[in-house]
Design a protein. Structure first.
Length: 220
């Protein structure tokens, strides 16, 4: 169940108020949506920043598979970790697809810090939910952040290395698939802002995520 804040904290006495969060409107929208329709059981949770939040065709793209979108736009991976108690654990997902880290790097975080956040995320999932499969989508090479490509490459390399230690986790490397032959980001995969995915970008992600979720060995 999604839990709203109250005057005396929210969710079993935790003294955390939605009014303190810059994402209050999005969290309230999640709560209202759940009030209208309860969360599906054994769903795949899609979580992270705006690249997931703006995936408006998610239910159609993964038809036949129950999905829940709990991404909130503009979030860092650090903020995604901080909000796990209210956004991840209550879903009790059968698997998690995570995209975040892009905004951390843009705000000056080092690749090593992003890796540390991802490791904390996986450890917290293991502690609370057990060996739930986790698919981490590599940080994308967007035209708007081409100046940060070196840090993006470094982050992806570090996360690939860390994820290899967890049998239930997969690193889905879409970075090379989103580049032109000359090594620049493929402009057609992005909207006019050069940051968010176009319909073509989401078609690429859909095909690759579906294949990863269907791959042998991901689910115990």
């Amino acid at each position: 169940m999604f839990l709203l804040a109250s005057a005396d904290g929210f969710g079993q006495g935790r003294a955390v108020s939605l009014a303190m969060s810059p994402f209050e409107d999005e969290f309230r929208a999640f709560a209202l949506a759940e009030a209208r329709a309860p969360l599906p059981r054994d769903a795949v949770l899609f979580y992270g920043s705006s690249s997931i939040r703006m995936w408006t065709t998610l239910a159609q793209d993964f038809a036949g598979l129950p999905v829940v979108n709990r991404a909130f736009g503009g979030s860092t991976l650090r903020e995604c970790v901080a909000e796990m108690e209210r956004l991840v654990f209550p879903v009790e997902p059968r698997a998690i697809v995570l995209y975040a880290g892009d905004n951390d790097l843009d705000q000056g975080a080092r690749p090593e810090a992003v890796r540390a956040c991802l490791e904390e995320f996986v450890c917290r999932v293991d502690d609370r939910l057990g060996l739930v499969p986790i698919v981490f989508i590599s940080v994308k090479p967007s035209p708007a952040r081409v100046a940060n490509l070196a840090n993006i490459r470094r982050t992806n390399a570090l996360i690939r290395e860390s994820i290899a230690a967890w049998p239930q986790a997969r690193f889905l490397d879409l970075f090379p698939l989103m580049l032109q032959p000359g090594g620049k980001p493929s402009r057609e995969l992005f909207t006019e802002d050069g940051l968010h995915l176009s319909a073509a970008g989401y078609r690429l992600w859909t095909a690759q995520v579906r294949a990863c979720l269907a791959a042998p060995g991901l689910f115990p």
